[in-house]
Design a protein around this ligand. Sequence first.
Ligand SMILES: Nc1ncnc2c1ncn2[C@@H]1O[C@H](COP(=O)(O)OP(=O)(O)OP(=O)(O)O)[C@@H](O)[C@H]1O
Ligand SMILES: [Mg+2]
Length: 271
Amino acid sequence: MSADSTPSKETSNPAVDGSELIRFDNVTKRFGSNVVLDKLDFSVASGKHVTLIGPSGSGKTTILRLLMTLVKPDEGTIKVSGEYLSHEERNGKLVPAGEKHIREVRKNIGMVFQQFNLFPNMKVLRNITEAPVTVLGLSKDEADERARGLLEMVGLTEHIDKYPSQLSGGQQQRVAIARALAMRPQVLLLDEVTSALDPELVAGVLDVLRDIARTTDITMLCVTHEMNFARDISDQVLMFDSGRVIESGSPEKIFNDPEKDRTREFLSAVL
Ligand SMILES: Nc1ncnc2c1ncn2[C@@H]1O[C@H](COP(=O)(O)OP(=O)(O)OP(=O)(O)O)[C@@H](O)[C@H]1O
Ligand SMILES: [Mg+2]
């Protein structure tokens, strides 16, 4: 919410009916003179699937990058699971967080990127087991078992011994999803995970995500241009423009009966 607008029902924070897993309070992010996020407030309740939609450049990826601590807010605070992300409390004061604190809070968050970002020199199995072993301290056997279960879930058991370059884009993206889930994060961030794929590979990846949404209690924060997918999985859709949530609501409400002209205009361009 910006300081110069009074909170109103349609632009106030999303309803929170579980515990709050993610909370942005008054977050501003600038790149030079470009104000990308403008005193942004929003929250995501535990277990919910929230989709961010909005025009290119409106700040959607920046939100996910802030959560991954790839960038830091200029103002405001972000909490994950009740803990400050880029800040910590010392002697009753809020100070920029140290690396150790950031690493601990970030363990709760997994992300899948548009460009897969698999480790090219590691086979599929090791791509998935690497972080659970090095970051979480799982034994190799425990990590292998977890990875095999996830590969079965994403339908890639027979590709376990291949290198990423031997897989299709859709298969690589399913490995990336399994790799994120192997850390058992509380929240999965998905940034246009199908937009780099050939059209015929999109459905397979979306099916895997639909499955995860249906069968796990993981919280999902998703940026997508796949509006049918957003409609299917979302508990809530947030319409973003110029670094602010201009409208939020159920997928039925946002897609069928949006309140704002800007939302209607955006949807008519993408639907
Ligand atoms: N590292 C950076 N340095 C400078 N400017 C940046 C940086 N990252 C993002 N921006 C700018 O911030 C704005 C928001 O970018 P962001 O990537 O969050 O948009 P987006 O909503 O994800 O757009 P798209 O739908 O095209 O992916 C853009 O104007 C972009 O140019
Ligand atoms: Mg983006």
